[in-house]
Write a protein of this length. Structure first.
Length: 226
């Protein structure tokens, strides 16, 4: 690992220097394996946050009662070495074929979507619907503000608390919200949804209700939390 950046109070981006890394496609993930002194090993998956032409990066949310994420966020230091395996995944991957791209992220589920945004040359129409608990929990906040309107439209919903004067959405993603934000199904967008299992199911069900072809919807579930 070469360096770390704070994204939110609980989330950090780790820049990695991986020997022999063969490159990746936007949306893929890697596995991190940690080995304790006694030989005990723990392995977890992390989406790749960087575009293929950037230094390899992952963005990790610390779960206070977790095993691996607190170590990566609180303990890992520049120069530490740990095992990586990847890139992994061929399904949750974006390839630009000119069709619009609708990205739906919940919490740290924005990470692989950010890799897609960072990989875009600006040719594709992209829209990100990003659900966070509060504004402080928004990952990549400054970068998204810069990119909003430059190749991607960013729409936020803050589900737990909103700052004074908040003009974005303030509710959980449901069919009514998706109807306002998503392109019509007839535009045939590619859809990538990532977040907790419940979040992903709600967003995918809502889009199917709006007439989206289930085949056009790709999902990645990080687990119960997120
Ligand atoms: C494809 C993929 C990509 C992912 N990408 C990212 C990413 O980009 N960023 C990110 O932050 N995370 C990502 N994740 C999630 C990540 O892999 C880990 O699951 C996460 O970091 C938590 O790991 P942990 O070891 O800290 O927590 P764990 O120790 O695995 O615990 C996770 C939660 O489960 C609970 N738990 C653990 N064991 C039990 C048990 N026996 N019974 C009941 N509850 C239990 C814990 O209390 C905790 O709340 C991704 C997951 C997948 C599958």
């Amino acid at each position: 690992m070469t360096s770390k950046t704070d994204e939110t109070p609980r989330v950090q981006t780790l820049l990695l220097d991986a020997d022999g890394w063969g490159g990746h496609r936007p949306g893929q993930h890697l596995d991190v394996r940690l080995t304790a002194e006694g030989g005990y090993q723990a392995q977890r998956s992390y989406s790749i946050a960087s575009a293929p032409d950037e230094q390899l990066a992952i963005t990790v949310e610390r779960l206070s009662d977790g095993e691996v994420s607190p170590w990566l966020v609180d303990e890992a230091h520049d120069g530490d070495r740990f095992e990586l395996r990847g890139p992994i995944g061929g399904y949750f991957v974006w390839e630009d074929d000119g069709r619009p791209v609708f990205l739906v992220g919940g919490g740290s589920g924005v990470v692989p979507l950010m890799a897609m945004i960072r990989s875009s040359s600006g040719g594709a129409r992209m829209r990100l619907l990003y659900s966070s608990r509060t504004l402080e929990d928004v990952i990549y906040r400054d970068e998204l503000a810069e990119r909003d309107g430059n190749g991607v439209e960013v729409v936020y919903t803050l589900t737990r608390a909103q700052p004074p004067g908040w003009t974005g959405y303030s509710k959980r993603i449901d069919t009514a919200l998706l109807r306002e934000i998503a392109w019509p199904a007839s535009d045939r967008p590619h859809v990538f949804i990532c977040g907790s299992t419940r979040f992903v199911d709600a967003a995918a069900d809502g889009l199917v209700e709006l007439g989206y072809d289930p085949e056009s919807i790709r999902t990645e579930r990080f687990g119960a939390t997120g």
